[in-house]
Design a protein around this ligand. Structure first.
Ligand code: E4P
Length: 213
């Protein structure tokens, strides 16, 4: 499974990329606004570190999405144009597919939306599980249903599990065969940690210190 960082903070991307395990980055308008930095410069800096960086269109009509998306795609070969799941978005996805521009369809909350985006030619779809959990639904059930459908047909579209909130989300997504998880920085930092690893290292160090010359 590919692991993406869900951030618009370039220092966080550089830090996690240095671990050698980072496959991509997903930004969105809220994350970019939080950082307050130039959008294009942010995307280009991230493209230095990873081969797949989602840059989201803010237009709501297909023509506007096509214009923005073509501009973003021209910035760097690693840019993936992020398009919201609307009927206008579907038109834009079809256009981007015909132009060979990679896309990530965002704000997917149902299997029907997932199938439509895939049929329109999305490279990636992003079902948001945490936001479903937040409203009392089970986001991981959506991933299970999408993967069941994907296993019955030959969709080339990759399933990216978005809006992850805790380490178990990443494990469950992997066990269901999802292709990608995008992970917020604080959660990514938790993944290498285990209390038994820490106590194990401490014990090894202590024992070695007793015999080391
Ligand atoms: C994905 O591409 C989104 O940026 C992200 O996962 C949204 O997560 P949130 O629900 O924590 O805002």
């Amino acid at each position: 499974m590919k692991l993406f960082l869900d951030t618009a903070n370039t220092a966080q991307v550089a830090e996690i990329a240095a671990w050698g395990v980072l496959d991509g980055v997903t930004t969105n308008p809220s994350l970019v606004a939080k950082e307050g930095k130039d959008f294009k410069a942010t995307i280009l800096e991230m493209c230095r570190h990873v081969p797949c960086v989602s840059a989201q269109v803010t237009a709501t009509d297909a023509e506007g999405m096509k214009k923005q998306g073509q501009e973003y795609a021209a910035w760097h070969k690693n840019v993936v144009v992020k398009v919201p799941m609307t009927t206008e978005g579907l038109k834009a996805l079809t256009f981007f597919k015909s132009k060979g521009i990679k896309t990530n369809t965002t704000l997917i909350f149902s299997v029907a939306q997932a199938m439509l985006a895939a049929k329109a030619g999305a490279t990636i779809i992003s079902p948001f599980i945490g936001r479903l959990d937040d409203m009392g639904e089970d986001g991981m059930t959506l991933i299970a249903e999408i993967m069941e459908v994907w296993n019955k047909y030959d969709f080339e579209t990759e399933v990216l599990v978005a809006s992850t909130r805790h380490p178990r989300h990443i494990v469950d997504a992997a066990m269901l065969g999802a292709h990608i998880s995008t992970i917020p920085y604080d959660l990514f930092k938790k993944l290498p940690q285990h209390g038994l690893t820490d106590t194990g290292i401490k014990k090894f160090q202590e024992d070695w210190a007793k015999v080391a010359k």
